[in-house]
Ligand binder design. Sequence first.
Ligand SMILES: [Zn+2]
Length: 112
Amino acid sequence: MENLPNCPKCNSEYTYEDGSLVVCPECGYEWNPNTQEEENVIKDVNGNVLNDGDSVTVVKDLKVKGASSSIKIGTKVKNIRLVPDAADGHDIECKIDGFGAMKLKSSVVKKA
Ligand SMILES: [Zn+2]
């Protein structure tokens, strides 16, 4: 078995090669592993590439709708999950202590 990348959509490890494409049998997604990385790459405020599971630091105070306090600059966020196709531009899902599950924009974080 070659070491194929996990599915970028559902993170399945049961991907297989089909010509130049890699196919995910679980969600049906097909992609070219040689170009995918550049198409779906999400970068932090400094242009560093972010990956699922990374830890990041918030680089500015963020008002949270419905919360009594804001997320402060310098807040550490562990184990982010990337959402490359986020329609509203919030391309990071994460949990923040005291706030719970949140969506952030990659433009307000830097890789920790
Ligand atoms: Zn998949």
